[in-house]
Design a protein. Structure first.
Length: 310
């Protein structure tokens, strides 16, 4: 955790250290969480609150960037511990918070029942009267510190990002890609887009990234993982990679071994970028860190290719 601008980074403990972050914003004795990880992360969220000198009743908001379970799976359990909080969510995400049945079914189809039970814990509903819908441009008051939520499709159609004028930074969920600290190099952070299933839309993702960059932010706070600086250069890298991912997906389409082709092509793309970025890990180390994301990105590209045919 750190406390600059009252922003505290919380490692939710999902999958491995420094893989999945949530954030605590503190302003004049009031607090907001941005994303929350899984139900298994609730003790960590409450511990972070205590470390900041606050109690559960001091939390005004739980803000979800989107409702994928690594970001929002613990929302129902956490809200039970926060008596005064309201949950802010994209209009498309709200029904899944009220009744998470389809959300869990979709994740189970991707990961399997055993993994859902092991890594996510129970996914509880949130009472409808505690939910606030965040239309594009919604403002969120936090003890005089105004936050802004904007619609940022591309990774998911139920995705929003949160602008904090105090720090001149965005909380980006998965819209601004993935950047793991093990892959930082002498040229700065290494970053890749996330096209995980099932709503990847490359043009929308590129437009969302451009919209984030238009405010000339000082930093981005990613769920995977932590704060990154120099967002202008990173945003350009993401936009270039999205175009490259679309090209390689089309090159693999129609092949009987399409999934294997996608995994191999994505691996080659990211290793090429890692070499250019001066990442210290060898190729095996880079692939080990990115293995889950390469698999999910391949699945997401396949979903995108197949969508017009359905």
């Amino acid at each position: 955790m750190s406390g600059e601008y009252g922003i505290h980074t919380i490692d939710t403990g999902f999958q491995r250290p420094q893989f999945d972050a949530a954030y605590l914003l503190v302003e004049r004795g009031r607090a907001a969480f941005i994303d929350c990880g899984t139900a298994l992360a609730v003790p960590r969220m409450l511990a972070a609150l205590g470390e900041a000198g606050l109690a559960p009743q001091d939390v005004d908001w739980l803000i979800l960037t989107h409702v994928h379970l690594d970001h929002a799976g613990g929302a129902g359990a956490l809200m039970q511990a926060l008596p005064n909080a309201r949950l802010l969510v994209h209009p498309r995400g709200a029904p899944h918070m009220i009744d998470p049945t389809r959300l869990v079914a979709g994740a189970t189809a991707v990961y399997g029942e055993e993994e859902i039970a092991r890594s996510y814990g129970p996914v509880l509903p949130v009472a409808e009267e505690r939910i606030v819908i965040a239309e594009d441009g919604a403002t969120i008051p936090l003890a005089g510190r105004e936050l802004l939520a904007i619609d940022t499709p591309g990774h998911a159609r139920h995705h929003l990002c949160v602008w904090d004028a105090r720090s001149e930074s965005w909380f980006t969920g998965d819209t601004f890609g993935l950047s793991y600290r093990e892959l930082d190099g002498p040229a700065g952070p290494f970053i890749i887009p996330t096209s995980s299933p099932v709503q990847f839309e490359p043009e929308a993702m590129q437009a969302s990234i451009e919209r984030l960059l238009a405010r000339v932010p000082c930093a981005m706070y990613l769920t995977h993982y932590g704060r990154v600086d120099a967002p202008g250069a990173l945003g350009r890298a993401l936009i270039e990679q999205i175009a490259a991912m679309v090209a390689l997906a089309r090159g693999c389409d129609g092949r009987p071994d399409r999934h294997r082709c996608l995994v191999a092509a994505l691996t080659a793309l990211y290793l090429e970028r890692a070499h250019a970025q001066g990442v210290a890990l060898d190729d095996a180390g880079v692939v080990h860190v990115l293995a889950m994301d390469i698999e999910l990105n391949a699945q997401g590209l396949a979903s995108w290719l197949d969508r017009p045919r359905r």
